[in-house]
Design a protein around this ligand. Structure first.
Ligand SMILES: O=C([C@H](O)CO)[C@H](O)[C@H](O)COP(=O)(O)O
Length: 415
């Protein structure tokens, strides 16, 4: 099934204008050389690129890929020269071309010059998927390398219609696109967009993604708390906190440590919070409210994005009319008194999660997740990848079949 799905995705990508089919390393690891054989058979006229990521026994791995039907084989650029030279001998013997991949090479510019001298057919300027999640992209490196070598350059690393144009302008002859085509819910359309932008770069308007914070917020608005929790290896979700008023919340935390029934700090936090912040409160009592309608209206006046409370809320009818998204563990009619104990913007625990001021908080109909500020960009990007994969799966299930069939659940159960 894994292979059937890949063939189908490749077919849809070709319909959108893809020239080459790259067989990615994960598919090769999962299915072995059969992945190459199957693609060769399905697409006899296409160039098949086998991403072997060979780091040793260059000759043997190139031979295997060539005999299975590859036209171009990827060897790691950071492999020893002896591996590259033997891979080249094998490539010449079996009539395939060699692409050296600069992924994680310590000095990629120097290595590109060396690889050209060794005689590889292509050098791939590649930022790996994990590196992409930390904000790296291949285009600036590509510019630098293209000024120093004449060998044909390929580029890969999270490219979309926008960055593919920049890559072509920076000197790429081959544009390798993975997730932005294969995980799309409309593979043909996604491939067509990339094709158009590569063919007519002048027609593409280069968009500005803004500050890192703006980019994080924009991505988090697109994804769900479930996507984020998956990206965090199932962590990050608050326990026992549920949506009270419908609506999505994305913002940075202003934290409040307060004590049962004491609503002074919870309300003072509204004055400290800035537009777009989320107030996150630990109150410690599910039986006395520390938040109500007047606090909610005050929050709306300040542009606060939402409120998360481990504790109790009252004035629910008013709050529903006001519409500020609130997540809480309980509702009661009775409030306590403003005594002034507690702290604003200290590290707290809310819903079983540690929350620091400035952490990103996302709430939706499923609940609330906390994203540590120092990993927010990476986790937002990873959540976006989860979201893309799910969209693709939705599309496949809509065509018929079931989730376990499509994922081959039985095959991948732990043994
Ligand atoms: O080579 C790749 C990666 O290392 C996993 O094997 C990808 O095919 C390559 O990065 C292209 O995919 P995207 O980065 O998702 O465009």
């Amino acid at each position: 099934m894994e292979l059937d799905r890949s063939v189908e995705i490749a077919r849809e990508a070709i319909a959108g204008g893809a020239d080459w089919i790259e067989i990615g390393t994960p598919l090769i690891k999962s299915e072995g050389m059969d992945a190459i054989r199957t693609m060769r058979k399905a697409f006899p006229d296409r160039t098949i690129l086998a991403d072997m990521k060979t780091v040793d026994t260059g000759a043997m791995e190139v031979e295997m890929a060539a005999k299975a039907g590859a036209d171009v084989v990827i060897v790691l650029g950071s492999a020893d020269d002896s591996t590259l030279l033997d891979a080249l001998r094998s490539a010449h013997k079996y009539g395939v071309r060699l692409m050296a991949d600069l992924i994680s090479a310590p000095d990629p510019v120097k290595r590109a010059i060396e690889l050209e001298a060794l005689g590889v057919d292509y050098v791939n300027v590649h930022i790996g998927i994990d590196q992409q999640m930390t904000g790296k992209d291949p285009v600036s490196l590509l510019k630098e390398i293209s000024e120093r070598v004449d060998v044909q350059l390929a580029v890969a690393g999270g490219l979309d219609a926008n960055s593919a144009v920049q890559a072509v302008k920076a000197g790429a002859r081959i544009v390798i696109v993975g997730g932005n085509i294969t995980r799309s819910d409309n593979v043909t359309e996604a491939a067509r967009k990339i094709r158009q932008s590569v063919d007519s770069p002048e027609a593409v308007e280069i968009r500005n993604v803004g500050t890192v914070d703006q980019e994080i917020r924009a991505i988090l608005k697109e994804v769900s708390t479930s996507n984020i929790s998956d990206a965090m290896h199932r962590k990050g979700a608050m326990k026992g906190i549920h949506p009270l008023v419908r609506g999505k919340v994305v913002g940075t935390a202003v934290t409040v440590q307060s004590f049962p029934g004491d609503w002074a700090k919870t309300v003072e936090a509204i004055d400290i919070a800035k537009k777009g912040d989320v107030i996150v409160i630990y109150n410690g009592s599910k039986d006395i409210a520390c938040w109500g309608g007047l606090a909610t209206l005050s929050s709306l006046n300040k542009g606060i994005a939402g409120v998360v409370i481990e504790g109790a809320v009252r004035d629910i009818d008013e709050i529903e009319t006001l519409g500020l998204p609130i997540y809480t563990s309980n509702t009661v009619p009775n409030a306590g008194d403003p005594k002034g104990f507690g702290e604003i913007n200290a590290e707290i625990t809310c819903g079983g999660q540690t929350v620091k001021p400035g952490d990103y908080i996302v709430g939706d109909e499923s609940g609330v997740v906390v994203i540590p500020a120092e990993r927010a960009y990476e986790l937002a990007r990873r959540a976006k990848e989860v979201n893309k994969t799910e969209k693709r799966l939705f599309d496949e299930i809509r065509r018929g079949g079931t989730l376990s069939e499509i994922l081959e659940l039985k095959k991948w159960e732990k043994r």
